[in-house]
Design a protein around this ligand. Sequence first.
Ligand SMILES: [Zn+2]
Length: 483
Amino acid sequence: MNTLVVVDLPDAWGTEVVMWLRAGARKLVIFGRVADHLIEHLQWKPLTWPESLAHASRSESAPSYASRESAATVVYGERAALLQAQGWQRPFERFDFTDEWNNLGYGAIRANEPLWGLSHALDTGWGEIASVEIDGQRVASYATLTDIEQGSVLWFNRSVGPVDSFEWRAVERFLSNHRAGELPCHPVLTEIPWGFDAAITSRLDCDEDVESARALWDAYRAENVPFSLAVHTGNLADTRNHAILAELAEAGGAVLSHSATHAGDWGGNYENALHEALESAQRLRQITGEPVQFAVSPFHQTPSYALHALADAGYKGCVGGLIRNDPEFMLARSGALAGVPAGFIGHTQQCMLHGFSMLAEGDPLAVFKQAFDLAYETSTLFGYLDHPFSPRYAYGWRDEAARIDAHRALIAHIRTKARNPLFLNENDALNFLSARAEARIVDEAGGFRCVASDVRGNGSTSLQITVEYQGRTAALETGVVLR
Ligand SMILES: [Zn+2]
């Protein structure tokens, strides 16, 4: 074994890990607590947290037309260039819509919270790649890349590491590429299909109306961008909302479930969630003639029992993810979920186009463009959402024309930033991510043997998974051995 990933390394194992590290070419990833002996061995220095940390880690709610963020921020320095992470910043908490949505997609670091909070105050010296800053003042180390002669240690100051953030890309780069040729490397499967440099999906969550999505659908057709609707099926009591679903399915768009009653927390328990899942799937199948494959969580609230209920109801995956709740569903990468049956995937799409989130100062779309840029830079499949207008609510948009302009401007930005972006409807995007989750890399004598799985679904049968290894990229093909 030449690579070890440890969460909260106990003191009792410190000596053994130091001996292992010194015995050959090694890579060690540590999330959270570090054993005392290893701290001494690497010459890291204990510090104490300032009393202001807990307060500084929280953000105010965002007012309309502005964002808010915590004073405490993770700031990546020059050494982060080794993992192409220089310039990255991640406030501990930030909001673009009330105290619910962080359109940049990541979760919260709360000072005193177990697992998602900080582990301990350390100064890791020259190896530091990111620090905790409060109002621009450095407080302690947040992430460290300590290279020793025949090994390398990557540490994040949090038991969950950067699992809920674009920063996960640094872990992938460390494992797949850092000191390739000298130290062990491991293949990484990206979320971008082979041959493309960006992948994007989006949907409208039909909370209060469905037919009113038509104007935006027309705009997406004019842009040649696929369109998806996630439907709260209570809206289907009004037969005026049926035609668009059948037409969309016929035209190659995607129809997803957005529950039967839009209940908070999927109804509060497994039985209610199962009812929401089954009832909405049945209604949608009656209208489109096709089985529903994926669900979008109402309010993006995704408790674990709801995931079990969706899997038991035959769904293949769920979209959600919100900084406010269910931190275990805030995941930088799509795929299998802890404790949920195999074959079911989760995908975080925390980027809500909303009229009240257009900035009053500067470029109104600046945050949304930055959200795509982060996904682009970190090979993340980018998902965003909006809602059809209802007679009661226009989601902060002045009118449909203003909303369509904002969507067009975001699409134009994506097409400027990326050379070869792939726009997918939600079913095709999620089926691709399912195939990625099912692909296998087998560590054998002589190399890593690849086992690709078929990409199911309609439009994306020709998509291949991208594998990165030692700085090279290739299409994942069964039987190929990476050396
Ligand atoms: Zn909704």
